[in-house]
Design a protein around this ligand. Structure first.
Ligand code: PLP
Length: 399
């Protein structure tokens, strides 16, 4: 016998498990609403034209693939800072930002978690209830005790803001608070400006450490507006962490392009923080990969490609909004005594449909329509070909 002899089987990932079940289903009319990726009106994962053009440029250069610096591609890091914090950002101009390239948004969160665990080890991590299912696992894997703060209220389909604020007011000093910068996953329900301001005040008063997760910049109101929450926090004289991702906004899921940024009190503090973050990276995977970051840098640096990308991102955002409205109006016709208007108000790829577990199971068994057990459905997976089938099935299980 070895240490593996009695190794238990790990539980399946709740979301990737849905995709496995979907792939095993032989029904030609099956629909996967479980995933967190954007598919176009043909149901296909898009290769953005801006990305393809940048790749053409990169290919003609025929560059060798040396190691990148530990912190990543410099051109990329600069573009991340401008996109997330804004061209005229004081913290950027004052040299107070430390940004490192990461393996997707997940990698940015994990670098931040490891860094915090080294240098702020006694803190608790608080995540929203509910949250992206990997938040808890990731911070626990880094060694933290993870708790949650109230967020979504199923009664109102909104944020239970009073409870949220009261809970944060009771957080121990130094608590790390993970906040979805926009397009809350899984609920699709975002905070408004006044609510962000109120959270910011509590963060300062209670000495909390905000960790913003910006995985969907551009999927709610546009790249600038979706970063306002980050910009609010960047005005504060406290440490702030931001993990951002280009998986969704560039449709570059498999290239693993993201970043972690820390806002520091001074240029000198930033240098110390960067040196330690480089140690975290060096002892994990040494240095990041080249290709995805050079695509993103090439697109964002070139004004034409940048504009093309913004347009393509805008088209994704608008198609999702259009499908939300189509879903709401079809459901209104099919089930006139129930109000699904809240679905049209939600932001980003997802909707908390309000389906319960029995309904989700029935959708899967009887109609080959796959949602997440929590009732989360991916609106970006709807299109004009599958909408009617989805509405029919929803009507059957809801009635
Ligand atoms: N954070 C949230 C809230 C997400 O929804 C996701 C992806 O689903 C991520 C982070 C991670 O994104 P990436 O694929 O870039 O690691």
């Amino acid at each position: 016998p070895s240490f593996l002899t009695h190794l238990p089987l790990a539980p399946k990932d709740p979301i990737l498990g849905v995709t496995e079940a979907f792939q095993a289903d032989s029904n030609p009319y099956k629909v996967n609403l479980g995933v967190g990726v954007y598919t176009d009106e043909q149901g296909k994962l898009p290769l953005l034209r801006s990305v393809a053009l940048a790749e053409d440029q990169i290919n003609t250069l025929k560059t060798a693939r040396g190691y990148l610096p530990i912190e990543g591609l410099g051109r990329y890091v600069r573009q991340v800072q401008t996109l997330v914090f804004g061209e005229n950002s004081p913290v950027l101009q004052e040299g107070r930002l430390v940004t490192v390239q990461s393996l997707g948004g997940t990698g940015g969160l994990k670098l931040g978690a490891d860094f915090l665990r080294w240098f702020h080890p006694a803190a608790e991590v608080w995540i929203s209830d509910p949250s992206w299912e990997n938040h808890r696992a990731l911070f626990e894997a880094a060694g933290f005790v993870v708790k949650s703060y109230p967020y979504y209220d199923p009664e109102t389909h909104g944020v239970d803001f009073d409870k949220l604020i009261r809970t944060l007011e009771g957080a121990p000093r130094g608590t790390i608070v993970v906040l979805h910068a926009c397009c809350h996953n899984p609920s699709g329900v975002d905070l408004n400006e006044a609510q962000w301001q109120a959270i910011r005040a509590v963060v300062v008063e209670r000495g909390l450490i905000p960790f913003l997760d910006l995985a969907y910049q551009g999927f709610s109101q546009g790249t600038e507006k979706d970063a306002v929450s980050v910009r609010y926090f960047s005005e504060l004289p406290i440490p702030v962490l931001v993990a951002n991702s280009f998986s969704k906004s560039f449709s570059l899921y498999g290239e693993r392009v993201g970043a972690l940024t820390l806002i520091c009190a001074s240029r000198e503090e930033a240098q110390r923080v960067q040196s330690q973050l480089k140690r975290v990276i060096r002892t994990n995977y040494s240095n990041p990969p080249t290709h995805g970051a050079s695509i993103v840098a090439t697109v964002l640096e070139d004004s034409n490609l940048h504009q093309l990308w913004e347009d393509e991102l805008g088209a994704m955002r608008n198609r999702i909004r259009f499908m939300r409205q189509a879903l709401v109006s079809c459901l209104k016709e099919a089930i006139p005594d129930q109000d699904f208007g809240f679905v049209a108000e939600q932001q980003g790829m997802f909707s908390f449909s309000g389906l319960n577990l029995a309904q989700v199971r029935r959708l899967r068994q009887d109609f080959s329509i796959y949602a997440v057990d929590s009732g989360r459905i991916c609106i970006a997976a709807l299109n004009e070909q599958n909408l009617e089938r989805v509405v029919e099935a929803l009507t059957q299980v809801i009635r």
